[in-house]
Ligand binder design. Structure first.
Ligand code: ATP
Ligand code: MG
Length: 213
């Protein structure tokens, strides 16, 4: 019997995906926040969920280790999207990608054509594309977390990071100086799975689309 595997990350994506799964008649049998299991069964014998790091979701789906996954647009842009269908914007885990600097920093002067700026971020592709359009020399510093610290200790002039309420920026005396793009999470599907397991995948896709609309 054919079966499908869905890759999800813990935290907000798992929580916000539960109602979509319910609309497709799928109920995970455990909560990954409480369980340490990385492979979780569901009420359906032909559907299982694997718990991965958010940034790893596209990789699992690209290689067919999971047939479906849910990943932020931020993560998909950094991954590149090779081998993935992205049929549906799920409109969950919404936030925005932006540039932030210390309140006193003259951002307008730094990003004039011929200018130079030092940016710390985990979103290096996004940052490179954004500043490439401005004719600015970009010094990129790759970090893996707590980007807000970098400008406060002289590692960078500013950061490229996700913002929702702005509370973390405010708490660290940073201001949002430019919005780069809106972010939400998307359903991703392995291209071979879409062909070979269409009879299992299409109903999930339709149920998700109905629940989003
Ligand atoms: P960690 O925070 O443990 O380093 P992570 O940042 O990879 O892990 P999450 O913080 O759970 O994982 O973020 C997962 C996805 O949710 C992101 O890729 C992004 O699309 C979205 N997201 C991140 N921060 C926010 C936010 N503040 N509000 C809404 N959505 C967010
Ligand atoms: Mg996070």
């Amino acid at each position: 019997m054919s079966s499908i595997t869905i890759a999800l990350s813990k935290g907000r994506i798992f929580e916000e995906t539960l109602p979509l799964l319910a609309a497709a008649g799928i109920e995970p049998s455990e909560n990954p926040e409480r369980s340490r299991k990385l492979i979780i069964g569901t009420n359906r014998p032909d559907v299982r969920v694997v718990i991965v790091r958010a940034t790893d979701t596209p990789t699992y789906v690209q290689h067919g280790a999971a047939d479906l996954g849910i990943a932020g647009r931020d993560v998909l842009i950094e991954h590149g999207g090779t081998g993935l269908y992205q049929p549906l914007d799920l409109k969950i885990a919404k936030c925005r990608m932006c540039v932030a600097t210390p309140a006193g920093f003259d951002y307008a002067a730094a990003v004039r054509p011929g200018g130079r700026i030092r940016i710390a971020t985990k979103y290096v592709n996004t940052a490179r594309n954004h500043f490439a359009g401005k004719g600015v020399h970009l010094d990129l510093i790759k970090l893996y977390g707590s980007m807000e610290l970098a400008p406060l200790v002289g590692l960078a002039d500013g950061i490229v990071d996700l913002v929702s309420s702005g509370g973390t920026l405010r708490a660290n005396n940073l201001v949002e100086v430019e919005e780069i793009m809106h972010i939400s999470s998307r359903l991703i599907v392995n291209q071979a799975s879409m062909k070979m397991k269409r009879e299992l995948i299409q109903p999930v896709l339709d149920a998700f689309a109905g629940a989003v609309a």
